[in-house]
Design a protein around this ligand. Structure first.
Ligand SMILES: Cc1cc2nc3c(=O)[nH]c(=O)nc-3n(C[C@H](O)[C@H](O)[C@H](O)COP(=O)(O)O)c2cc1C
Length: 221
């Protein structure tokens, strides 16, 4: 665990935010280094989740033929095949006792605590997520929102280390589930994110950002 961090400057953060754009054309020949990809995979793993439950799977699709099939189910978007990496974001459809127990066990082990110390925490999760009998659709909406936080975290992380990205919601989620073998797994596709290096010919790279005025978007009360 790091004992200290070296924050980047606000200017450096804004430079990265302005450099990032939803990349439409990737250079198919340009690949991320192993170190870049490992850092981005860790950023996904380190994303915050409600209670820390991590009810997600991030699928790193490396198979070229599979990427071609996925592209057919993504409005033909070239990013799906041309980017160095394609991550598919999936959320768990339901929460089970086993999901909760897994977190309790991992917390006890990681932090060197007796499991009994976590009884209250466990009960709170069980009460709220299972005994409350909330509809499955609400649970999936809840897990999905957390997965989108991970998507945002990935894109910002990528921009900070100079990696281009494109979030992709323009896809047939059911077809993705089928092609990725997710059916019956308890996880469902929400979106994808292409990662790599922008093509020199992507005219969107230089397009000014369309954003509403600060006073309208961030409201002080
Ligand atoms: C959830 C989500 C889904 C998106 N889906 C797509 C997509 O399928 N294809 C695409 O080219 N861009 C997609 N975008 C990119 C947006 O169009 C883009 O972020 C927005 O127009 C702002 O532009 P900028 O990101 O370049 O600043 C998506 C963005 C988000 C947040």
């Amino acid at each position: 665990m790091p004992t200290s961090t070296t924050p980047i400057t606000p200017q450096a953060l804004l430079a990265a935010q302005n450099w990032r754009y939803a990349t439409k054309a990737f250079d198919p020949a340009a690949k991320l280094s192993a170190e870049q990809w490992q850092a981005l995979a860790e950023s996904l793993r380190l994303s915050p989740s409600s209670f820390g439950l991590q009810l997600w799977r991030f699928v790193n699709v490396t198979d070229t033929a599979l990427r071609a099939e996925l592209r057919k189910n993504s409005w033909g978007q070239s990013q799906v095949t041309d980017a160095s990496h394609l991550v598919v974001f999936t959320a768990k459809e339901n929460v089970t006792q086993a999901d909760i127990q897994k977190l309790i066990d991992a917390t006890a082990k990681t932090r060197g605590l007796p499991v009994e110390k976590l009884d209250e925490y466990k009960k709170m999760m069980v009460d709220m997520l299972i005994s409350s009998g909330r509809p499955a659709a609400d649970t999936f909406a809840w897990t999905s929102r957390q997965v989108y936080i991970a998507l945002g975290n990935l894109m910002t992380s990528a921009a900070v280390i100079g990696v281009d990205s494109c979030p992709i919601e323009g896809l047939d989620a059911a077809a993705y589930d089928r092609l990725l073998g997710l059916e019956g797994s308890g996880y469902r596709t929400l979106a994808a994110c292409a990662l790599g290096v922008r093509s020199a010919s992507d005219k969107y790279a230089g397009a000014p950002k369309v954003r509403y005025p600060m006073a309208e978007v961030v409201v002080n009360k």
